[in-house]
Ligand binder design. Structure first.
Ligand code: SAM
Ligand code: SF4
Length: 332
């Protein structure tokens, strides 16, 4: 079989973006992402750094131009810099990013930049230390804010904050978060909570806060102008006339983005997920371990998997858990 140069699914969508989860572990226990007591995977079930590098190379040889590392918390994976150097050197890659909770950036930001990482998304749901602790269960806001400064000093550009907004928990901080982003020259995206995993902390039906509600809150203070700008991800971006900061909305519930979906995910166990909201997947770890170091069978499996990509997801807001995987397993 001749292997094609690009990945096209059965609905004509070109897949050019892959999100790779490098660990299921994390130093936080955010209430919408994990339960308080989590059991993490045994090491032999997690892809090695070499396997992860081969997966990344296979995707770029199939036309993928953007890779994002995520988790769990990518910065708790030991020797993550080795993987970043390998991926950063891939010739066809245009954008190389990481999503992090920021707690280890003071120590690691400079090294990450030097190793070839281009952009960071840093999660920040509250500017109040006590509330930040409640939402993350273990997080220290001051460390994260210092991490954001470290990212700026290390020369990361267009760093974006990610905030998950929960009604009654942090929806009163939307404007403060926007104003912080404006002061610091950062972009910020607001994310609707997704029903991944059965979390014990709250009922998702009660805390659901739509992007339209968040947008209305922001517009009570700052006029927003829609743009067609894209970072190849699911955010819809808006600009303000008096700031360089962009405001994004990631709205899996209210503004279904499936029609333009250009991405797939690889879980920490090497499962290629064709859609965040469905269970369709292919076991790449099995292929990797059957043909160690051999990129061709891996590429063939990725190409074949494209026919499994469903047309759309089926999240609902009625609190019913749709997908049993937790976000840290999926790679958010
Ligand atoms: N640990 C890193 C972090 O928190 O940025 C990377 C992994 S985390 C799973 C990636 C993103 O997913 C974070 O911005 C987090 O807020 C978001 N997230 C986690 N669980 C979510 C959920 N149930 N619904 C929506 N977003 C979620
Ligand atoms: Fe950890 Fe990120 Fe999940 Fe929070 S959202 S528990 S920081 S993986």
């Amino acid at each position: 079989m001749t292997i094609p140069q690009e990945l096209i699914d059965d609905f004509g969508r070109r897949v050019n973006y892959v999100r790779i989860s490098v660990t299921d572990r994390c130093d936080f226990r955010c209430v919408y992402c994990m339960s308080e007591e989590m059991t993490f995977l045994p090491r032999d079930q997690v892809l090695t750094l070499e396997e992860l590098a081969l997966v990344a190379r296979a995707f770029t040889e199939l036309g993928v131009e953007k890779i994002r590392l995520t988790g769990g918390e990518p910065l708790v994976r030991r020797n993550i810099n080795h993987l970043i150097e390998d991926i950063g050197a891939l010739p066809r890659l245009k954008d190389f990013a990481m999503t992090t909770n920021g707690s280890n950036l003071v120590k690691q930001a400079r090294r990450l930049r030097e190793a070839g990482l281009k952009r960071l998304n840093i999660s920040l749901d509250s500017l109040d230390p006590d509330r930040f602790r409640r939402l993350t269960r273990t997080g220290d806001l001051h460390k994260v804010l210092a991490g954001i400064q470290a990212a700026k000093e290390a020369g990361f550009e267009r760093t974006k904050l990610n905030a998950v907004i929960l009604k009654g928990r942090n929806d009163d901080e939307v404007i403060d978060l926007v104003d912080y982003a404006r002061r610091e020259g950062l972009d910020i995206s607001f994310i609707e909570e997704m029903p991944l995993g059965d979390v014990s902390d709250h009922s998702r039906e009660e805390t659901y806060c739509s992007s339209d509600e968040v947008q209305a809150l922001i517009e009570s203070r700052h006029e927003l102008f829609p743009t067609t700008e894209t970072t190849l991800g699911p955010s819809r971006y808006f600009r303000m006339s008096d700031s360089e900061s962009r405001i994004g909305f990631i709205s899996p519930h209210s503004h279904n983005f499936c029609a333009s979906c250009n991405r797939v995910r690889v879980t920490v166990e090497g499962r290629l997920l064709l859609c965040l909201g469905n269970e369709h997947s292919v076991d790449l770890r099995e292929v990797l371990r059957r043909h160690p170091g051999d990129i061709e069978p891996l590429k063939a499996s990725i190409v074949a998997a494209m026919s499994l990509k469903p047309e759309r997801h089926h999240f609902t807001t009625d609190g019913e858990v749709q997908v049993v995987r937790f976000m840290n397993m999926t790679g958010g």
